[in-house]
Write a protein that binds this ligand. Structure first.
Ligand code: NAP
Ligand code: ZN
Length: 368
């Protein structure tokens, strides 16, 4: 028990729930992760307990662990691209069985009764509970997938089709849905339309794959010339622009129906808006630490729309996973042992990953 200032005692992360759990946590805003013992709740009537096998590393994990969004609560166990196998189900759970392969993304609870939840937008529920760094319904902290097991309400568990590889499929649970959902919502899933993908990282590279599966023409806009060959040859993009190359950017002006912007850091958005056709849309999903500048004429001229989007609802996530399985869409990953976690975070800061780190939890995480 930890002593609080007012003389009361608060249960430590290890004691707050009955089941022992372990993982890696960030302990302060350095973002450095290290082994961490904590606990998980027992399997409730509507719960699914999952042994975690793989977890993707999203740039949001890095932003949050380093408190770049000023909302960090430490110790924090990040990870919201979780896949694993069901080990126990509660008495009300009919749709999941012990031994099945499942996934969990960014959301582990919501009210399930507000206007947003009723329309399958749990991602916009005012009472959303995120997979980590959130207060759970019982007032305890949620801890994410850089850990050995998790207990999740059945509504938020995603079924993994047999043919979808668990390791390469894990990143779809955040990166995949974050690009799939707005492309669908904004009518950017139409064959023949021209999609720009800004930032070829975890989100960007799966956006290219979904765009191509929808039959679109896809152009990557990147800061890294060295990603050009593989963007075209391996990922299937039709064209590649280097954002610092004014000539290339000029030649592509007014050609795109829509842009999905996945950039994680400060950058100029006016030159990107000029790539859009009249009435084109740029959807912002990247979430840089500092506010971006918005030169308003880049939108006024051509009547363009700037939109934001946050992950996607649970129904859309299952639909995206099924679509990915059917169309052989998976992430290109670098599978790492958990001991490599801090180096991976360092490399992610520098956009030095092709294109998603996935932690091999099942084979490398051992008790602290
Ligand atoms: P990532 O793998 O690090 O990819 C981000 C890409 O942005 C990099 O690969 C790089 O691509 C580009 N980039 C980085 N620094 C840049 C700079 N200074 N100027 C221009 N481009 C730069 O990250 P991710 O996991 O895909 O996540 C991307 C962003 O989306 C993060 O901010 C993350 O928090 C956010 N996110 C949002 C949601 C949501 O629901 N809205 C969900 C998940 C993640 P190039 O090398 O090609 O330039
Ligand atoms: Zn994410």
């Amino acid at each position: 028990m930890a002593e609080l200032g007012n003389g009361k005692k608060q249960a430590s992360p290890e004691e707050v729930h009955p089941r022992k759990a372990f993982g890696w946590a960030a302990k302060d805003k350095s973002g450095v992760l290290s082994p961490f013992a904590f606990s998980r709740r027992n399997t409730g009537a509507d719960d699914v307990t999952i042994k975690i096998l793989y977890c993707g590393i999203c740039h949001s994990d890095l932003h949050t662990a380093k408190n770049e969004w000023s909302n960090a609560i430490y110790p924090m166990v990040p990870g919201h691209e979780i896949v694993g196998v069901v080990t126990e189900v509660g008495q009300n759970v009919q749709n999941f069985k012990v031994g099945e392969k499942v996934g969990v993304g960014c959301i582990v609870n919501s009210c399930l009764s507000c206007q947003n939840c009723n329309r399958d937008y749990e991602n916009y529920c005012p009472r959303i509970i995120l997979t980590y760094n959130s207060l759970d319904v019982d007032g305890t902290m949620t801890y994410g997938g850089y850990s050995n097991m998790v207990v999740v309400n059945q509504h938020f568990v995603i079924r993994f089709p047999e043919n979808l590889p668990l390791d390469k499929g894990a990143p779809l649970l955040c990166a995949g849905i974050t690009v799939y959902s707005p492309l669908k919502e904004h009518g950017l899933d139409v064959p023949g339309k021209h999609l720009g993908v800004v930032g070829l990282g975890g989100l960007g590279h799966v956006a290219v794959k979904f765009g191509k599966a929808f039959g679109m023409k896809v152009t990557v806009i990147s800061t890294s010339l060295k990603k050009e060959k593989e963007a075209i040859e391996r990922l299937g993009a039709d064209a590649f622009l280097v954002s610092s190359n004014a000539e290339q950017m000029q030649a592509a002006m007014g050609t795109m129906d829509g842009i999905i912007n996945t950039v994680s850091a400060d950058h100029s958005i006016a030159p990107l808006a000029f790539l859009l056709k009249t009435h084109g849309k740029m959807i912002m999903v990247g979430a840089p630490e500092k506010p971006l500048q918005l030169p308003i004429f880049s939108l006024i001229l051509g009547g363009k729309t700037l939109a934001g989007s946050c992950i996607g609802g649970i129904k859309a996530t299952q639909e995206m996973i099924d679509f990915a399985a059917k169309n052989n869409i998976t992430a290109d990953i670098e599978l790492i042992p958990i001991s490599y976690l801090n180096e991976a975070m360092e490399r992610l800061t520098k956009a030095d990953v092709r294109y998603r780190f996935v932690i091999d939890i099942g084979n490398s995480l051992t008790e602290a």
